[in-house]
Design a protein around this ligand. Structure first.
Ligand code: G6Q
Length: 544
């Protein structure tokens, strides 16, 4: 038994769970008409409603006691003050410094002047490209930016660029290439002209196989479609922490935008990794994105735990995962611009907290990150919501939506939100036997058919959802929303005693492919692996 599951706060929650599990969510709402007032929070224009979870005031008090037992406040202070809380990599985790307005120290040195310096470098470059002052080799302004990066060097920038499309420049298109599958690069380059295309090679380590392979192929395309070696400096820039590898690739140090080892890949969109975002939306909007995150940081740092949005979002997740057995969590944005938000959060949550041992190397006897997935509503309603309503798995979900649309055409937005509210209500209430029977009677269905149909039309309900509403998806609100989730993940990591800032599983993947590649390059039949892997590799070799 782990220290956590034997601890008083954990045991108190365990004892409390059967009491709450007896109540259907609809009964909790029937018993207390003030649930929404009690179990929702507002920060700026972001409303967080967690009333549709099986909680009462005692549940909240017990969850807060767990947070205090795990020294959450102390961990928050440690993160903000630059302690090396990523202990397996001996690093601080200071994405908050990238948007901070106050000094932040690493090893006794304030990192903010350096952060500002890079931000100025980005500002000069972005302004020069967007204004057309900086030109390509033929003297034409740049029209297309291709960001080549993967994982943390891709998902955040893609998600934000898509989310903030209404703020994008009509003169510049930003494209993203991440997959080592040559199809993605080919399909992207097919539409572009080398003389008006700028490549950003984004890689913290500058050793990632996918990125370096794509970057080499992009350079080859550039050189074989009109560009020359001398033009490379004008058309290729790098974002990295590894200057020597960047120079070795052929990009001059002055065309490199640095960042630091205390910025984790999946937390890096606020750094120079955000360069494609800034290219798309301009520096003023990029600053608003940072400001939104900064406001959420300050709230996280100073708000009392019970009024703290990231804390409550994290603790509600703990309640579901560890005491109600939820292993699957859906992210359902009712906003087409947020269509990559589920993929972004999938990495943020699963890479940070998808762990099996504590900070001290103990194997857990409790669950950690659920499987995170999702799609925008209403599309998902016509597909996988069937399982949410009547499946056998316990799934929790976050529903997100803006009150105002960027495109207020006709009745679309009200219909969109009507679906959001209807789904969360239906998931909570369900439809019981007598409701279904009355419905079938009112439809005039004969008794024999009624009997056969009845069980199929029952919805158990009692499915937990969190709702997040905000005024409009603008850069500042998006910055706050992302920071909300970053800190939620941190809160959960503290409860579970996980280091959320390393990713040894991802590192493993980087090594494995390299080993197999040398076998694929040989002409002989492969027989050094298990029979399945040998069989697959030999089939591929015969048919490639
Ligand atoms: C993120 C992970 C991982 C990483 C990619 C790309 O937190 O570490 O997704 O971002 O593997 O790594 P590079 O930026 O070093 O190419």
């Amino acid at each position: 038994m782990s220290t956590l599951t034997q601890s008083p706060a954990w045991r108190a929650l365990q004892a409390h769970q059967p009491i709450m599990a007896q109540h259907h969510l609809r009964d909790l709402f029937n018993q207390d008409p003030h649930r929404f007032d009690k179990f929702s929070l507002l920060f700026n224009d972001i409303l967080l409603d967690y009333a549709k979870h099986p909680v009462n005031q005692q549940t909240i008090d017990l969850l807060l006691a767990l947070a205090r037992q795990q020294h959450l406040e102390n961990w928050i202070t440690r993160m903000f003050s630059g302690d090396k809380i990523n202990q397996t990599e001996h690093r601080a985790a200071l994405h908050i410094a990238l948007r901070a307005a106050h000094p932040v120290f690493v090893d006794g040195v304030d990192v903010i002047p350096e952060v500002k310096q890079v931000l100025q470098q980005i500002t000069r470059f972005v302004n020069a490209v967007r204004s057309g002052e900086k030109k390509g080799y033929s003297g034409k302004a740049f029209t297309d930016i291709v960001n080549i990066g993967i994982g943390g060097s891709d998902l955040g920038p893609v998600m934000v660029t898509e989310a903030l499309k209404p703020y994008g420049s009509p003169h510049i298109s930003v494209h993203f290439v991440s997959n080592i599958d040559g199809s993605q690069l080919s399909e992207t380059l097919r539409q572009l002209n080398p003389d008006t295309t700028l490549f950003i090679i984004a890689s913290k380590t500058f050793t990632t196989q996918e990125t370096i392979t794509n970057a080499n192929s992009a350079r080859h395309w550039f050189l074989t479609h009109g560009g020359s070696d001398n033009d490379i400096a004008m058309h290729f820039v790098a974002v990295s922490t590894n200057q020597s590898a960047v120079e070795q690739f052929g990009i001059h140090a002055e065309n490199m935008f640095p960042f630091w080892d205390w910025v984790g890949g999946r937390y890096s969109l606020w750094s120079a990794i955000g360069l494609p975002i800034a290219m798309a939306i301009g520096m003023e909007n990029f600053s608003s994105l940072l400001a939104g995150a900064r406001e959420m940081d300050q709230h996280f740092m100073i708000a009392p735990l019970e009024k703290n949005l990231p804390v409550m979002l994290g603790l509600i997740g703990i309640w579901q995962i560890n005491f109600f057995g939820v292993t699957s969590h859906a992210i359902l944005p009712y906003d087409q611009y947020l269509h990559r938000f589920p993929a972004y959060l999938q990495q943020l949550e699963m890479e940070s907290n998808g762990k099996r041992i504590t900070r001290d190397g103990e194997v857990f006897d409790y669950n950690t990150s659920p499987v995170v997935w999702g799609e925008p509503g209403t599309n998902g309603q016509h597909a996988f919501y069937q399982l949410l309503h009547q499946g056998t798995q316990s799934v929790s979900a976050d529903f997100l939506a803006p009150c105002q649309s960027h495109h207020p055409i006709g009745n679309h937005h009200r219909l969109l939100l009507a679906n959001f509210f209807a789904q969360t209500e239906a998931l909570m209430r369900g439809k019981n036997e007598s409701e279904v029977r009355n419905e079938l009677i009112s439809q005039g269905i004969p008794e024999a058919s009624r009997k056969a149909l009845l069980p199929h039309k029952i919805f158990p309900g009692n499915h937990p959802t969190t709702s997040i509403l905000f005024k409009k998806l603008d850069p500042k609100t998006l910055g706050s929303l992302i920071a909300l989730y970053e800190h939620k993940v941190f809160v959960q990591s503290v409860i579970w005693n996980i280091n959320p800032f390393d990713q040894w599983g991802v590192e493993l993947g980087k090594q494995l492919a390299g080993k197999i590649l040398s076998d694929l390059n040989q002409t002989e039949t492969v027989n050094s692996h298990d029979s399945s892997t040998n069989g697959l590799m030999n089939y591929f070799k015969a048919n490639q």
